[in-house]
Design a protein around this ligand. Structure first.
Ligand code: FBP
Length: 264
């Protein structure tokens, strides 16, 4: 673990990562509701909002679009990822090295671990390589800690999310990105299991403003440090509006009602 509060990934110890790797992970279907969202520039524009601490993208998007935003946006390079065309047991190809991520301007790295997958052993070994290389470059490491696989029927049950958070601590991640386990109490347990590793909530599929903000508020009240979110921001017609609300909840300790007002 390295101190990350003074890195660009954090603002006042909190984190709001805008994730935009869905074109790989889910495919073009995620862009159908708001066709403009297929244009990476739209998300980079959204990432200039002061609430956003970093934008998380794959190497190709970073190479093609980040140079135009390097002065205004912080880059988290997602090192592994797999398309939805893959039908096998959960796994994630390593598409980018830490060295290359640093070369293209990333100030932190992201890595998915599917604990419980039949590929967990290889993925953990790949994570080890990335984590140790990141230390050489002083880059914070964010683990997308998503237990899933043949044996796991419910990947958001509280005990699974607590285990996901613990895996991140045990394997040396600075930040554990976990799914919301359904209640503030369950998120508190995940935060406790993560120890010194900061916990951020994974955004999930698009919901109403209120439902989404309530889950974020629960995460913050549980001791979580923020959010790594994609669809709940850029699948909205006006990403800036929900970012205003997120800024209020994450950085200003606002209530959900106050945040909804901020988003008017
Ligand atoms: P969302 O906020 O849209 O859920 O994005 C977070 C994220 O982790 C992305 O980085 C990733 O592409 C996606 O979720 C993966 O979601 P899943 O594997 O659960 O379909």
């Amino acid at each position: 673990m390295i101190p990350i509060d003074d890195t660009p990934l954090c603002r006042d110890g909190k984190i709001l990562i805008l994730a935009y790797d869905h074109g790989l992970e889910h495919g073009p279907v995620d862009f159908t509701g708001v066709p403009e969202s297929a244009d990476p520039e739209r998300t980079f524009e959204a990432a200039t909002h002061p609430a956003v601490t970093s934008v998380a993208v794959q190497k190709g998007i970073a190479e093609a679009y980040y140079p135009s935003y390097a002065d205004d946006v912080d880059l988290l390079a997602k090192l592994n990822g797999t398309s939805n065309l893959w039908m096998g047991e959960p796994d994630s190809a390593v598409n980018c090295s830490v060295e290359y991520a640093a070369d293209i301007g990333a100030s932190s790295i992201g890595f998915t671990l599917y604990g419980g997958s039949n590929h967990e052993i290889e993925m953990a070994e790949e994570f080890r390589n990335a984590q140790e290389a990141a230390r050489e470059h002083d880059l914070p490491v964010v683990m997308w800690s998503y237990p899933r696989g043949q044996g796991l029927k419910n990947d958001t049950k509280p005990s699974t999310i607590s285990y996901a958070a613990r895996l991140a601590l045990e394997l040396g991640a600075d930040v554990a990105k976990v799914k919301h386990p359904g209640s503030q109490g369950a998120m508190e347990d995940a935060v406790r299991m993560a120890g010194k590793t900061k916990v951020v909530m994974s955004g999930g599929s698009k919901t109403t403003d209120r439902e989404f903000l309530e889950s974020v508020k629960q995460t913050i009240d549980a001791g979580g440090k923020g959010l790594a979110v994609g669809r709940n921001v850029w699948q909205r017609e006006n990403p800036e509006r929900i970012l205003d609300a997120l800024e209020a909840v994450i950085f200003e300790e606002a209530t959900v009602e106050e945040a909804l007002d901020a988003a008017e």
